[in-house]
Design a protein around this ligand. Sequence first.
Ligand code: UT7
Length: 334
Amino acid sequence: MYQAQITGTGHYVPDHVVTNYDLSKVMDTSHDWIVERTGIHERRWFEAGKDTVSNMGTKAALNALENAGLEAGEVDFIIFATLSPDYYFPGSGVLVQDQLGIDNVGALDVRNQCSGFLYGLSVADQFIRTGMYRTILVIGSEIQSNIMNKSSEGRSMAVIFGDGAGAVVVQRIEEEGRGILSTHLHSEGKHADKLIVKEPSTRHKGQILERLIKGRNNDIYPYMDGKYVFKHAIKRFVEVICEALDANGFEPSDIDMLIPHQANLRIAQFVQKKLNLPDNSIWNNIQRYGNTTAGSIPIALSEAHHAGKINQGDLVCLAAFGSGFTWASALIRW
Ligand code: UT7
């Protein structure tokens, strides 16, 4: 058995910054409400004609490859996590394969929302452990600004979500005790309707477009039962981090850097307090990017890594919770 290690990190966010004050001009909200409830000050929105989910993923991937000191041609598999793919089908992974000009390597799309990046990382870990691949790109990328209802009616969701992409290079290493130590994946589908975009759906009779344009259909917008999701999130985050620590014989105090999915600063602060982690052992950037769903962990990981906050030998924990519900963690000896 081989070990898998993250050898490069990268990210890309659109240039267009949207502040809470900008939002308060188009919907009934305020900077103070958003900061108090979520910690968010600003987020990025994509620029049509410039940014796409796949090309943002490609830019993040190129940044990660450069960080790893590799050329695109050395990649032998692509895993792409998103809830906002370029197309209904095909997936965005194949578009990245084309944009990177890598010759006919496999590309897999993952549909696990906020946990998508960690599900993808887990798949990469398994492929490398078994010897099937040596170098895998795992990408998380989202454009959510054009899915939201940007009126007062949609304010509870529109102020939270943002656009952006992150990526890592995962490679085979032959060093015991280093690399991805374990990953832990969970789901509980009975909560599917608590955080959901219902349309377009194949469930109903009749042609999709015809049905949707017949009348105003709010099911095309994301829906979240915020308080319900919040309650489950704080429980599952702590649980799945402790599961990873227990599986490897560590205590919370052994964590050098926790990168939680950036769902809400209040959730991250609750988890930090519960695990008794010092401020320099957790990385939060929701203040600047909002919740970028599958992009959030790789963007935060890349920022922390590039800022010199993650160094060789550090114990790094990644954890996510979101729509599904799905939740997951990964423990890495850097
Ligand atoms: O990434 C996937 C996982 N996601 C999460 O884990 C998110 C979990 N949930 C949350 O983060 C929080 O529930 C929210 C940030 C979404 C909402 O915070 P909350 O403290 O649960 O607020 P609320 O939804 O209960 O709304 C409180 C009030 C309501 O008004 P009333 O009924 O008290 O008069 C809302 O209508 O705030 C109102 N409100 C707003 N006011 C100003 C809702 N959205 C806004 C807004 N601006 N954007």
